[in-house]
Design a protein around this ligand. Structure first.
Ligand code: FES
Ligand code: FES
Length: 161
């Protein structure tokens, strides 16, 4: 039986090496080994979207990927996106629009929303809803979240003054 496997990856710009159990998922690795607890874990079955992160530039569910499968990859979490300022405007919009209550879904929601705005700078509300449809929120009713994403998209398109 293999007790642990060596992995090597980049997380939020930092090189990381670790020994991990073969069945440890990436979300748990980020939380438990790297203390990046902004990646939340809800269902652990790929349903709720709370564990959404970027892997090699694409959003994925961290609970559905083994840490060993991410060896060699570039991983970005909500901490990385937040620290770089990449989603600062989205975060402000979420706060100003009351797009979060308990906040459990919020990191995954922000990572997913930013993914949409990178692909589609001017999404309509239908497109926003569709892109966020894999991220569950039990608190807000979604309307305020869609508002926050829409207002951010509009602001990004305004010419800089
Ligand atoms: Fe990963 Fe729910 S915890 S999708
Ligand atoms: Fe509570 Fe979304 S704000 S689950």
């Amino acid at each position: 039986m293999i007790a642990s496997c060596g992995i090597s990856l980049t997380v939020n710009g930092e090189h990381v090496e670790a020994l991990v159990p073969p069945r440890l998922n990436l979300a748990d690795f980020l939380r438990e080994h790297l203390h990046l607890t902004g990646t939340h874990v809800g269902c652990e079955h790929g349903v709720c979207g709370a564990c959404t992160i970027r892997l090699n530039g694409d959003i994925v569910r961290g609970c559905l990927i083994l840490a060993v499968q991410a060896s060699g990859a570039v991983v970005e979490t909500i901490e990385g996106l937040s620290d770089s300022g990449e989603i600062a405007d989205l975060q402000v919009a979420f706060r100003e629009r009351n797009a979060l209550q308990c906040g459990y879904c919020t990191p995954g929601m922000l990572v997913t929303a930013q993914d949409l705005l990178r692909q589609c700078p001017a999404p309509d509300r239908e497109r926003i809803r569709e892109h966020l449809s894999g991220n569950y929120c039990r608190c807000t009713g979604y309307e305020a979240i869609v508002d926050a994403v829409e207002v951010t998209a509009r602001a990004r398109l305004e010419p800089a003054r």
